[in-house]
Design a protein around this ligand. Structure first.
Ligand SMILES: [Mg+2]
Length: 273
């Protein structure tokens, strides 16, 4: 009995000792705070960096893309040359490193540090990406990159594409965001001269204006009404680190702090169906 008390006492002391050694920044003074958002960034980045399942999902997406591209080439008629339109981030370049670095500093995305990251041009290709985009180019298909990276990020982005050998068939094939976040006008611009047969993205707004700034309910309804396009014209890459799926939940309020997002998401998550 005496030994048991000593053991219990030692365990309690060890426990207290462990608490005291926690750095101040990781102490959760607010009982309602779970650090869901920033730890979640690391969790999703970890999946992106290490899960073979993630690689398999990427390969699955590019394999379907290749199949549909071959079909489109085989049935192609008309004057306009064929084109595919692709997003960049988390569609074929992996930026999980940026998310980890920020989260370790207790911070979320911001434009300034994001620009510093993209200027380096070192985001890595997703598994199977180089093969797919180069295959498309080798078949004479025009590859257009429509990204919401800003015009000031152009040089770093071009450097990154070239570093990993992604096809750049002209300066006009890399289309940055100069005005609104919607990609609709930029897609329309491409479709004036090209027949867009395939779109690749990790965010539904990469495919159609039907997903621009929509509520969660509208997004869900529009996915169902466009169900025949997925795996056909729309090729979706997985990204649970960020995206409109999250922004829609916050009603596109980009001013919320990670702490505010944390409690909203924690409480909205369902523990029963
Ligand atoms: Mg993206």
């Amino acid at each position: 009995m005496k030994n048991l008390k000593i053991i219990i006492g030692s365990v309690m002391l060890l426990g207290l000792g462990a608490c005291r050694t926690l750095p101040a920044s990781t102490e959760k003074t607010d009982a309602a705070y779970h650090n869901l958002i920033l730890d979640g960034k690391i969790y999703s980045a970890f999946y992106q960096q290490r899960a073979a399942e993630y690689e398999a999902l990427c390969l699955q997406a590019y394999n379907i893309a290749k199949l549909q591209l071959d079909n489109a080439i085989a049935r192609h008629q008309g004057e306009k040359p064929l084109a595919i339109v692709s997003d960049i981030d988390e569609t074929f370049l992996d930026n999980s490193y940026y998310a980890v670095e920020r989260a370790r500093q207790g911070k979320d995305y911001d434009q300034k540090t994001w620009n510093e990251w993209t200027a380096k041009g070192i985001a890595t290709p997703l598994t199977g990406a180089q093969e797919f985009y180069n295959y498309a180019a080798s078949r004479g298909v025009n590859v257009f990159y429509i990204t919401n990276r800003k015009t000031e990020e152009r040089n770093g982005t071009m450097k990154n594409l070239k570093k990993y050998g992604f096809p750049v068939q002209g300066e006009d094939h890399l289309i940055m965001r100069s005005a609104e976040s919607s990609k609709e006008n930029r897609r329309q611009e491409v479709s004036r001269n090209f027949d867009i047969v395939l779109l690749l993205g990790d965010n539904l707004a990469d495919f159609s204006k039907d997903f621009d700034h929509k509520t969660e309910a509208e997004r869900s309804a529009n996915v169902k009404s466009l169900k025949n396009e997925f795996g056909k014209k729309y090729i979706v890459l997985p990204n649970f680190g960020y995206g409109d799926w999250e922004s829609a939940f916050y009603n596109y309020n980009y001013k919320l702090t990670p702490k505010q997002k944390d409690s909203l998401m924690y409480n909205a998550a369902k523990a029963t169906p």
